[in-house]
Design a protein around this ligand. Sequence first.
Ligand SMILES: Nc1ncnc2c1ncn2[C@@H]1O[C@H](COP(=O)(O)OP(=O)(O)OP(=O)(O)O)[C@@H](O)[C@H]1O
Length: 262
Amino acid sequence: MREVTSPMHNSINSDRALLAPGKSFSEHLPIRFEGIHLAFAKRAIYSNLNLEIGAQGITAIMGPNGAGKSLILRLLAGLIQPDQGRVLYNNKPGLLAGQIGFVFQRPVLLRRSVQDNLLHALAIAGLERGQRLARAQALLELGGMEHLSKSPARKLSGGEQQRLTLLRALAAKPGLLVLDEPSASLDPQATALIENIVRRASQCGVKVLLVTHDQGQAARLSDEVMFVHKGQAHAVQATNSFLNQPASREAKAYLAGELLID
Ligand SMILES: Nc1ncnc2c1ncn2[C@@H]1O[C@H](COP(=O)(O)OP(=O)(O)OP(=O)(O)O)[C@@H](O)[C@H]1O
C-alpha cells in the first residue's frame, strides 16, 4: 500500500508532551486473568479463562467471531465483572477508570462540535479549565482535524468520527489504550491515519491492546498476538512468528480462513 502522508507533525517531543502517560504504565504489568468464569443466561462464555499480557508495546487480540475477544477487553477495563476469577494488574485488582482509554468498533460521540467533544473529555479528566483549549487543539492537530474543530461531531465521516473517538480516548493521557476493531469499516487511508496515531501513542509509552481481524493491521502495528478461541486465550506469540508459524492448529486454521464454528 502507498504510504499515506498526512499534515500531522511528527515531533516525538511534542507527541510525548501530548500522549505520554502521567506515570509509566510498566508498573501495572503484567495484566493477568486468573480463573475467569462468565456466563450469560446460563450460557458459559468462559469456564476457566487464564491469560497474561506482560510486555509494553502493542498486543493484538485475534480469533474468530464470537470467540470472546471483546468481552476480554470489557473485563479488563472493569466494564463488566466476572462471575468468578480475578483480573489483576501487576498482582493488584483493577485499574482506575482514568488510566484506560477505550475505542469501540462504532464511534460514540456527543451531539456537539468536534472541539467540544474533546473539551468535555478533558473536563471529565479533571484538567484545569485554562489548559483545556490548548490541549484540545493539540489533539486535533495530532489527528489532522484542526479544520473540523467547529463541525458537528456526528456529521463527520465514519473515518473522521473514529479518529475523533481515538483522540478523545487519548485526552486523559491513559496508560492503557484498548481498541476494539477500530478500523473495521474504514478505507485504507482512514485506517492508516488511525494506525499512525496508535503507533505514536505506543512510542510514547501507552500500552495498547487491539482486537482486529485484519492480519495486515496486526503485521503493521502489533508486536505480539494473543489468539482467542472458544473462550480460551492462547499464550502470546511475536506477531511475525504468529502470522507465519502459528503455534496452534486452531490459529493456523483461523489464519487460513477456514471456518471455526464456536
Ligand atoms: N451482554 C451479552 N449477553 C449475552 N451474550 C453475550 C453478551 N455479550 C457477549 N455475549 C456473547 O459472548 C460471546 C463472545 O462475545 P464477544 O463479543 O467477546 O466475541 P468476539 O470474539 O469479540 O466476536 P466478534 O469478532 O464477532 O466481535 C458471543 O457468543 C456473544 O454472543
